[in-house]
Design a binder for this molecule. Structure first.
Ligand code: PLP
Ligand code: COI
Length: 349
Protein backbone atom coordinates (compact mmCIF):
# COMPACT_ATOMS: atom_id res chain seq x y z
CA UNK A 1 0.00 0.00 0.00
CA UNK A 2 2.53 2.55 -1.14
CA UNK A 3 -0.13 5.19 -1.64
CA UNK A 4 -0.55 5.50 2.13
CA UNK A 5 1.87 8.13 3.34
CA UNK A 6 3.44 7.46 6.67
CA UNK A 7 2.62 11.08 7.47
CA UNK A 8 -1.13 10.44 7.39
CA UNK A 9 -2.72 12.25 10.37
CA UNK A 10 -3.51 10.17 13.42
CA UNK A 11 -7.07 9.20 14.33
CA UNK A 12 -8.68 11.32 16.98
CA UNK A 13 -8.71 8.75 19.81
CA UNK A 14 -8.19 9.21 23.53
CA UNK A 15 -5.02 7.11 23.36
CA UNK A 16 -4.32 7.32 27.09
CA UNK A 17 -7.74 5.87 27.93
CA UNK A 18 -7.62 2.82 25.69
CA UNK A 19 -8.23 -0.59 27.25
CA UNK A 20 -7.72 -3.95 25.57
CA UNK A 21 -10.75 -3.87 23.28
CA UNK A 22 -11.30 -4.42 19.56
CA UNK A 23 -11.28 -1.18 17.61
CA UNK A 24 -11.93 -1.49 13.91
CA UNK A 25 -9.06 -0.26 11.78
CA UNK A 26 -9.11 0.30 8.03
CA UNK A 27 -7.22 -2.66 6.56
CA UNK A 28 -6.50 -6.30 7.24
CA UNK A 29 -4.31 -8.77 5.32
CA UNK A 30 -5.74 -12.01 3.97
CA UNK A 31 -4.15 -14.98 2.17
CA UNK A 32 -5.75 -18.35 1.41
CA UNK A 33 -4.31 -21.83 1.17
CA UNK A 34 -5.90 -24.02 -1.48
CA UNK A 35 -4.77 -27.01 -3.56
CA UNK A 36 -1.54 -27.18 -1.59
CA UNK A 37 -0.41 -23.59 -2.01
CA UNK A 38 -0.78 -20.14 -0.53
CA UNK A 39 -2.24 -17.26 -2.53
CA UNK A 40 -0.21 -14.06 -2.83
CA UNK A 41 -2.40 -12.37 -0.21
CA UNK A 42 -3.22 -8.70 0.15
CA UNK A 43 -5.06 -6.03 2.07
CA UNK A 44 -8.83 -5.88 2.25
CA UNK A 45 -11.23 -3.56 4.05
CA UNK A 46 -13.94 -5.82 5.42
CA UNK A 47 -13.58 -7.06 8.97
CA UNK A 48 -16.22 -9.72 8.37
CA UNK A 49 -15.47 -13.22 7.16
CA UNK A 50 -17.89 -15.38 5.24
CA UNK A 51 -16.96 -19.02 5.78
CA UNK A 52 -18.66 -22.34 5.21
CA UNK A 53 -20.88 -23.54 8.05
CA UNK A 54 -18.96 -26.83 8.09
CA UNK A 55 -15.53 -25.17 8.50
CA UNK A 56 -13.27 -27.26 10.79
CA UNK A 57 -12.22 -24.06 12.60
CA UNK A 58 -15.70 -23.54 14.00
CA UNK A 59 -16.53 -27.16 14.84
CA UNK A 60 -13.31 -28.82 15.82
CA UNK A 61 -11.25 -25.73 16.69
CA UNK A 62 -8.74 -26.28 13.93
CA UNK A 63 -7.40 -22.78 14.28
CA UNK A 64 -4.70 -20.81 16.02
CA UNK A 65 -3.55 -17.25 16.52
CA UNK A 66 -0.63 -15.06 17.50
CA UNK A 67 -0.23 -11.74 19.27
CA UNK A 68 2.44 -9.06 18.96
CA UNK A 69 2.62 -5.29 19.20
CA UNK A 70 3.86 -2.33 17.19
CA UNK A 71 5.01 0.72 19.16
CA UNK A 72 5.92 4.23 18.09
CA UNK A 73 9.48 4.99 19.14
CA UNK A 74 10.67 8.35 20.41
CA UNK A 75 12.25 9.09 17.01
CA UNK A 76 9.02 8.21 15.16
CA UNK A 77 10.02 4.73 13.97
CA UNK A 78 7.41 1.99 14.26
CA UNK A 79 8.93 -0.95 16.11
CA UNK A 80 7.93 -4.60 16.31
CA UNK A 81 9.34 -6.83 19.04
CA UNK A 82 10.91 -10.13 17.87
CA UNK A 83 8.22 -10.84 15.23
CA UNK A 84 10.09 -13.82 13.78
CA UNK A 85 9.47 -15.69 17.01
CA UNK A 86 5.73 -15.26 16.49
CA UNK A 87 6.06 -16.59 12.97
CA UNK A 88 7.96 -19.62 14.24
CA UNK A 89 5.45 -20.23 17.02
CA UNK A 90 2.50 -19.99 14.63
CA UNK A 91 4.14 -22.68 12.54
CA UNK A 92 4.73 -24.89 15.57
CA UNK A 93 1.04 -24.57 16.36
CA UNK A 94 0.12 -25.21 12.73
CA UNK A 95 2.13 -28.45 12.72
CA UNK A 96 0.49 -29.62 15.94
CA UNK A 97 -2.99 -29.00 14.51
CA UNK A 98 -2.23 -30.42 11.04
CA UNK A 99 -2.52 -27.04 9.38
CA UNK A 100 -0.17 -25.79 6.64
CA UNK A 101 2.70 -23.63 7.82
CA UNK A 102 2.51 -19.96 6.93
CA UNK A 103 5.81 -19.19 5.17
CA UNK A 104 7.86 -16.70 7.18
CA UNK A 105 7.85 -14.20 4.30
CA UNK A 106 4.06 -14.34 4.05
CA UNK A 107 3.68 -13.93 7.81
CA UNK A 108 6.03 -10.95 7.89
CA UNK A 109 4.45 -9.34 4.82
CA UNK A 110 1.02 -9.75 6.40
CA UNK A 111 2.20 -8.07 9.59
CA UNK A 112 4.16 -5.29 7.89
CA UNK A 113 1.48 -4.43 5.33
CA UNK A 114 -1.30 -4.36 7.93
CA UNK A 115 0.69 -2.14 10.29
CA UNK A 116 1.74 0.23 7.50
CA UNK A 117 -1.75 0.48 6.03
CA UNK A 118 -3.24 1.35 9.41
CA UNK A 119 -0.67 4.00 10.27
CA UNK A 120 -3.31 6.52 11.53
CA UNK A 121 -4.30 3.96 14.17
CA UNK A 122 -0.83 3.41 15.61
CA UNK A 123 -0.77 5.11 19.02
CA UNK A 124 1.68 8.02 19.20
CA UNK A 125 4.83 7.83 21.33
CA UNK A 126 4.34 8.62 25.00
CA UNK A 127 0.67 7.66 25.24
CA UNK A 128 1.27 4.27 26.87
CA UNK A 129 -0.79 2.64 24.11
CA UNK A 130 0.36 0.38 21.28
CA UNK A 131 -0.96 -1.33 18.18
CA UNK A 132 -1.87 -4.93 18.94
CA UNK A 133 -1.36 -7.25 15.97
CA UNK A 134 -3.44 -10.42 15.77
CA UNK A 135 -2.43 -12.95 13.08
CA UNK A 136 -4.74 -15.97 12.80
CA UNK A 137 -4.85 -19.19 10.84
CA UNK A 138 -8.12 -21.08 10.44
CA UNK A 139 -9.30 -24.23 8.70
CA UNK A 140 -12.17 -23.41 6.34
CA UNK A 141 -14.41 -25.02 3.75
CA UNK A 142 -17.11 -27.67 3.56
CA UNK A 143 -16.62 -30.49 6.04
CA UNK A 144 -18.43 -32.73 8.51
CA UNK A 145 -16.27 -35.58 9.87
CA UNK A 146 -13.29 -35.11 12.15
CA UNK A 147 -10.45 -34.42 9.74
CA UNK A 148 -8.19 -31.50 8.80
CA UNK A 149 -9.58 -28.81 6.51
CA UNK A 150 -8.65 -28.70 2.85
CA UNK A 151 -8.49 -24.90 2.78
CA UNK A 152 -7.12 -22.33 5.20
CA UNK A 153 -7.20 -18.60 5.73
CA UNK A 154 -4.33 -16.60 7.18
CA UNK A 155 -5.43 -13.18 8.34
CA UNK A 156 -3.80 -10.31 10.20
CA UNK A 157 -5.79 -7.54 11.83
CA UNK A 158 -4.69 -4.81 14.22
CA UNK A 159 -6.29 -2.78 16.97
CA UNK A 160 -4.91 0.08 19.07
CA UNK A 161 -4.80 -1.03 22.72
CA UNK A 162 -3.95 0.17 26.19
CA UNK A 163 -3.14 -1.99 29.23
CA UNK A 164 -4.57 -5.52 29.33
CA UNK A 165 -5.38 -5.27 33.01
CA UNK A 166 -7.30 -2.27 34.28
CA UNK A 167 -5.26 0.63 35.58
CA UNK A 168 -2.43 2.23 33.68
CA UNK A 169 1.17 1.24 33.18
CA UNK A 170 2.29 -1.10 35.92
CA UNK A 171 -0.76 -2.08 37.95
CA UNK A 172 -0.55 -4.89 40.48
CA UNK A 173 -2.84 -7.84 39.73
CA UNK A 174 -3.87 -11.00 41.56
CA UNK A 175 -4.25 -14.62 40.42
CA UNK A 176 -6.32 -17.53 41.72
CA UNK A 177 -5.78 -21.26 41.44
CA UNK A 178 -9.17 -22.91 40.79
CA UNK A 179 -10.25 -26.53 40.38
CA UNK A 180 -9.80 -26.33 36.60
CA UNK A 181 -6.82 -27.42 34.50
CA UNK A 182 -5.70 -25.62 31.37
CA UNK A 183 -3.74 -28.24 29.45
CA UNK A 184 -2.71 -31.87 29.67
CA UNK A 185 1.03 -32.64 29.63
CA UNK A 186 0.91 -34.10 26.10
CA UNK A 187 -1.94 -31.89 24.91
CA UNK A 188 -1.89 -28.51 23.19
CA UNK A 189 -0.82 -26.29 26.11
CA UNK A 190 2.53 -25.46 24.49
CA UNK A 191 0.98 -24.08 21.30
CA UNK A 192 -1.32 -21.13 20.69
CA UNK A 193 -4.51 -23.00 19.84
CA UNK A 194 -7.75 -21.13 20.48
CA UNK A 195 -9.20 -24.22 22.15
CA UNK A 196 -6.84 -23.72 25.12
CA UNK A 197 -8.53 -20.41 25.76
CA UNK A 198 -12.13 -21.61 25.41
CA UNK A 199 -11.36 -24.29 27.99
CA UNK A 200 -10.02 -21.63 30.33
CA UNK A 201 -12.96 -19.25 30.27
CA UNK A 202 -14.63 -20.97 33.22
CA UNK A 203 -11.42 -20.88 35.25
CA UNK A 204 -11.12 -17.14 34.59
CA UNK A 205 -14.74 -16.69 35.67
CA UNK A 206 -14.11 -18.62 38.88
CA UNK A 207 -10.90 -16.68 39.57
CA UNK A 208 -12.73 -13.41 39.08
CA UNK A 209 -15.47 -14.53 41.46
CA UNK A 210 -12.71 -14.96 44.04
CA UNK A 211 -11.66 -11.36 43.38
CA UNK A 212 -8.62 -12.17 41.24
CA UNK A 213 -7.86 -10.73 37.82
CA UNK A 214 -7.21 -14.07 36.24
CA UNK A 215 -6.75 -17.82 36.66
CA UNK A 216 -3.45 -19.42 37.59
CA UNK A 217 -2.96 -23.01 36.46
CA UNK A 218 -1.09 -25.86 38.08
CA UNK A 219 0.28 -28.79 36.08
CA UNK A 220 -2.63 -31.07 35.21
CA UNK A 221 -0.85 -34.31 36.12
CA UNK A 222 0.07 -33.66 39.75
CA UNK A 223 -1.50 -30.25 40.51
CA UNK A 224 1.63 -29.41 42.46
CA UNK A 225 3.80 -27.45 40.03
CA UNK A 226 3.12 -24.01 38.58
CA UNK A 227 2.13 -23.86 34.93
CA UNK A 228 1.02 -20.39 33.88
CA UNK A 229 -1.78 -17.83 33.98
CA UNK A 230 -4.67 -17.70 31.50
CA UNK A 231 -2.95 -15.25 29.17
CA UNK A 232 0.59 -14.98 30.49
CA UNK A 233 3.65 -16.88 31.78
CA UNK A 234 4.86 -16.56 35.38
CA UNK A 235 8.05 -14.93 36.67
CA UNK A 236 9.38 -15.21 40.23
CA UNK A 237 12.02 -13.15 41.99
CA UNK A 238 13.08 -15.48 44.78
CA UNK A 239 15.26 -15.19 47.84
CA UNK A 240 19.00 -15.27 47.11
CA UNK A 241 18.95 -13.05 43.97
CA UNK A 242 17.34 -15.88 42.00
CA UNK A 243 15.00 -15.24 39.09
CA UNK A 244 12.88 -18.26 38.29
CA UNK A 245 10.29 -19.18 35.69
CA UNK A 246 8.32 -22.45 35.69
CA UNK A 247 9.37 -25.14 33.27
CA UNK A 248 6.48 -27.17 31.88
CA UNK A 249 5.59 -29.06 28.72
CA UNK A 250 2.11 -27.59 28.87
CA UNK A 251 2.71 -23.83 28.82
CA UNK A 252 3.01 -21.42 25.94
CA UNK A 253 6.65 -20.52 25.24
CA UNK A 254 6.31 -16.78 25.73
CA UNK A 255 8.39 -14.36 23.69
CA UNK A 256 8.17 -11.84 26.53
CA UNK A 257 9.34 -14.36 29.10
CA UNK A 258 12.27 -15.47 26.99
CA UNK A 259 13.35 -11.82 26.69
CA UNK A 260 12.85 -10.96 30.37
CA UNK A 261 14.91 -13.98 31.46
CA UNK A 262 17.78 -12.60 29.37
CA UNK A 263 17.35 -9.13 30.90
CA UNK A 264 17.30 -10.55 34.45
CA UNK A 265 20.52 -12.40 33.71
CA UNK A 266 22.47 -9.92 31.61
CA UNK A 267 21.21 -6.58 32.92
CA UNK A 268 20.38 -7.35 36.57
CA UNK A 269 22.98 -10.05 37.15
CA UNK A 270 20.45 -12.40 38.73
CA UNK A 271 20.80 -16.16 38.81
CA UNK A 272 18.14 -17.28 36.34
CA UNK A 273 16.51 -20.71 36.39
CA UNK A 274 13.83 -22.36 34.27
CA UNK A 275 12.66 -25.34 36.31
CA UNK A 276 9.55 -26.93 37.79
CA UNK A 277 8.26 -24.80 40.68
CA UNK A 278 6.39 -26.54 43.51
CA UNK A 279 3.88 -23.83 44.37
CA UNK A 280 3.00 -24.57 47.99
CA UNK A 281 6.46 -25.77 48.95
CA UNK A 282 8.23 -22.72 47.54
CA UNK A 283 5.68 -19.92 47.90
CA UNK A 284 7.32 -18.54 51.05
CA UNK A 285 10.46 -17.91 49.03
CA UNK A 286 8.67 -15.79 46.41
CA UNK A 287 9.74 -12.20 46.94
CA UNK A 288 8.11 -10.78 43.84
CA UNK A 289 5.82 -12.41 41.31
CA UNK A 290 4.75 -11.25 37.85
CA UNK A 291 2.76 -12.40 34.84
CA UNK A 292 4.24 -11.63 31.43
CA UNK A 293 3.09 -11.65 27.84
CA UNK A 294 2.50 -9.43 24.86
CA UNK A 295 -0.84 -8.18 26.15
CA UNK A 296 0.10 -8.35 29.85
CA UNK A 297 3.62 -6.90 29.23
CA UNK A 298 4.99 -7.43 32.76
CA UNK A 299 2.20 -7.27 35.32
CA UNK A 300 3.30 -7.59 38.95
CA UNK A 301 1.23 -10.16 40.86
CA UNK A 302 0.56 -8.95 44.41
CA UNK A 303 -1.14 -12.06 45.71
CA UNK A 304 -2.16 -15.58 44.76
CA UNK A 305 -5.24 -17.47 45.95
CA UNK A 306 -4.53 -21.14 46.53
CA UNK A 307 -6.01 -23.72 48.93
CA UNK A 308 -8.63 -21.31 50.29
CA UNK A 309 -6.36 -18.45 51.20
CA UNK A 310 -4.45 -15.51 49.77
CA UNK A 311 -0.66 -15.49 49.79
CA UNK A 312 0.56 -11.87 49.50
CA UNK A 313 4.01 -10.96 48.15
CA UNK A 314 6.02 -7.76 48.00
CA UNK A 315 4.48 -4.77 49.81
CA UNK A 316 1.61 -6.87 51.13
CA UNK A 317 0.21 -7.45 47.69
CA UNK A 318 -0.35 -3.89 46.55
CA UNK A 319 3.05 -2.45 45.63
CA UNK A 320 5.36 -3.07 42.69
CA UNK A 321 8.67 -4.57 43.83
CA UNK A 322 12.05 -3.25 42.69
CA UNK A 323 13.05 -6.25 40.54
CA UNK A 324 9.82 -6.30 38.54
CA UNK A 325 9.89 -2.51 38.22
CA UNK A 326 13.43 -2.63 36.79
CA UNK A 327 12.57 -5.43 34.36
CA UNK A 328 9.40 -3.67 33.23
CA UNK A 329 11.39 -0.49 32.59
CA UNK A 330 14.16 -2.31 30.71
CA UNK A 331 11.72 -4.25 28.52
CA UNK A 332 9.42 -1.37 27.68
CA UNK A 333 12.32 1.03 27.05
CA UNK A 334 13.78 -1.40 24.51
CA UNK A 335 10.35 -1.89 22.92
CA UNK A 336 9.88 1.87 22.55
CA UNK A 337 13.41 2.53 21.31
CA UNK A 338 14.30 4.51 24.45
CA UNK A 339 17.32 2.36 25.24
CA UNK A 340 19.91 0.78 22.95
CA UNK A 341 18.62 -2.49 21.55
CA UNK A 342 21.74 -4.48 22.45
CA UNK A 343 20.09 -7.81 21.75
CA UNK A 344 18.75 -6.88 18.30
CA UNK A 345 15.15 -7.52 19.29
CA UNK A 346 13.30 -4.70 17.60
CA UNK A 347 12.42 -4.54 13.93
CA UNK A 348 11.48 -1.27 12.26
CA UNK A 349 8.38 -1.43 10.03
N1 PLP B 1 0.75 -17.71 27.90
C1 PLP B 1 -0.43 -17.62 27.29
C2 PLP B 1 -1.46 -18.65 27.59
C3 PLP B 1 -0.66 -16.59 26.38
O1 PLP B 1 -1.84 -16.47 25.77
C4 PLP B 1 0.35 -15.63 26.13
C5 PLP B 1 0.14 -14.58 25.16
O2 PLP B 1 0.51 -14.64 24.05
C6 PLP B 1 1.56 -15.78 26.80
C7 PLP B 1 1.73 -16.82 27.68
C8 PLP B 1 2.68 -14.83 26.56
O3 PLP B 1 3.31 -15.05 25.33
P1 PLP B 1 4.02 -13.88 24.55
O4 PLP B 1 4.98 -13.25 25.49
O5 PLP B 1 4.70 -14.54 23.42
O6 PLP B 1 2.96 -12.94 24.13
C1 COI C 1 -1.25 -11.98 23.93
O1 COI C 1 -0.71 -11.58 24.96
O2 COI C 1 -0.88 -11.59 22.81
C2 COI C 1 -2.32 -12.97 23.95
O3 COI C 1 -2.54 -13.58 22.95
C3 COI C 1 -3.14 -13.17 25.14
C4 COI C 1 -4.60 -13.00 24.82
C5 COI C 1 -5.45 -13.71 25.82
C6 COI C 1 -4.96 -11.55 24.76
Amino acid sequence: MNHISINTPKKDLLWQNLGFEYIRTDFRFVAQFKDGKWSEGGLIESENMEIHEGSPAIHYAQQCFEGLKAQTAKDGRILLFRPRLNSERMNQTAKRLLMPEVPKDLFMRGVFETVRANQPWIPPYGTGASLYIRPLLIGIGENLGLRPAKRYEFRVFVSPVGPYYKGSGLSVISLAVTDIDRAAPLGTGNVKAGSNYAGGLLATRKAQELGANEALYLDAKTRVYLDEAGSANILLAMKGNRFVTPQSEAILPSVTRKSIMILADKELGMKTEERPVNLLKEIDEFEEVAACGTAAVLSPVGKIWVNDRWYPFYGNGVKVGPVMQKLYDLLTQIQKGERPDNFGWTVSV
